[in-house]
Write a protein that binds this ligand. Sequence first.
Ligand code: FRU
Length: 480
Amino acid sequence: MTKLEKAINFTKENMEKIQNRPLYHLTPQIGWLNDPNGFCEYKGEYHLFYQHYPYGTTWGDMHWGHGVSKDLVKWDYNDIAMANDTIADANGCFSGSAIEKNGELYLMYTGHINPNYGFDEDIDQLLQHQCIARSKDGIKFEKAKENPVISRELLPKEYKISDFRDPKVWEKGGVYYAVHAVKNTMNRGELILYKSKDLVEWEFLAPLFQTDFSENKMLECPDFFHLDGKEVLIYSGMPCMPEFEGTILNTIEYHIGSLDYNTGIFTSESKGYLDYGDSYYAPQTTGDSKGRRLLVAWMKKWTSSYIQLPKEFEWNGMMTMVRELKIVDGKLVQLPLKELNNYAESKLRIENEPLVGEKNIIKDKISAKKVSLLLEKMNEKVVLEIFNDTRIEFEKNRFGYISDFYNKKEEYFLEESILDEEGKLKVEVYIDLYSIEILVNGGKNSFTYTNFNVDKNINVNIKSNKEVLIRELEVFDLNI
Ligand code: FRU
């Protein structure tokens, strides 16, 4: 039995044990999930691969798990697509992306090699290079005999082969381009660009993007795409060196600007953060046949070191809901997926009602819900309480998230205006069994949180100490 067959069999034999999956967020079949990989539409279905270790709920030898969906809301699985089973990816098939070429689906990913087993760890000895695999049916993948297709020899000397990963590939004018995360010899993260005529032979084009030396960041999982007449670059920043752990936050940044395809240099015109919540990392996008740019990320909590996963869980890791991206006034805006409306059933609607004190708007066992809220004349603090352990506070110039999960108080505040130009506050809250996703001000701000408190009812209350006018409030069941 091959390593891949073993993983597929193990998964099939054990995944039925899992009875506690969220309702519309993709989880691993069993075991561990991290980054979204190879997000694409191929032969009429959406494919969302993921970094995957089937045999436990912590990170391990990276395989590529494989989610499929017709509408990006209901997810199913294909067999695990890749295991780390060749010399080129001996210790992991790390993150990467997908592209269709001549009717075949190509995966481009990082082969990770760790020759330190049995020795004292020396991270400079790690080897990361780029590989491809392809498929005619989108289910079974064959790794190229030419792997690695971007090897050590093609990496300029000023970069470290130990941190060279996460290719995001696209095509323009018959040429393929792939942007990669890399660490330079000064131990700082950069993004570098390669090009190819056929996805097999690659050449180094340029250092596409750097952050300031003082930021001390590694820029993982880059994404690049064309949207609304501009080019957009996204990356996930993490501390470059272990000694900065805890002092530098994991931040997900975007830049809107333009790429000069001759020089390979990207010029940023505006920038921002993609999400302000504590559970968001490694987003990846794809275009689709409806002309949309779709976005999905790994919901991972970075702020706390205590164990978040209840003991009985045999899976660990979820994707966010899929969202649509647009550029509005130089900002990247996230819109909820239209397909979710097909599952939404209105349960409560309030219009033009003054609120003072507290009002219960949902009393139910935990399930999938959407709450949309429009408030005007925001002179007072308005609070949404969810799950009895989470408070979301909206104020004119401040957003707050306070969670008391397992009595470990966590607080987060964003000190900036979250109102639209007319001074209105528009909020959409998407709740699933273990997550809350909040889109504020037409998706200009997004906040993603996970919450693994399993002893909970959903109970949503809205509160204000002084009178406010609820212009609109609607609660929907999401019957997924
Ligand atoms: C980001 C990341 C990637 C890497 C993968 C390995 O979470 O560190 O850079 O390819 O995870 O699982």
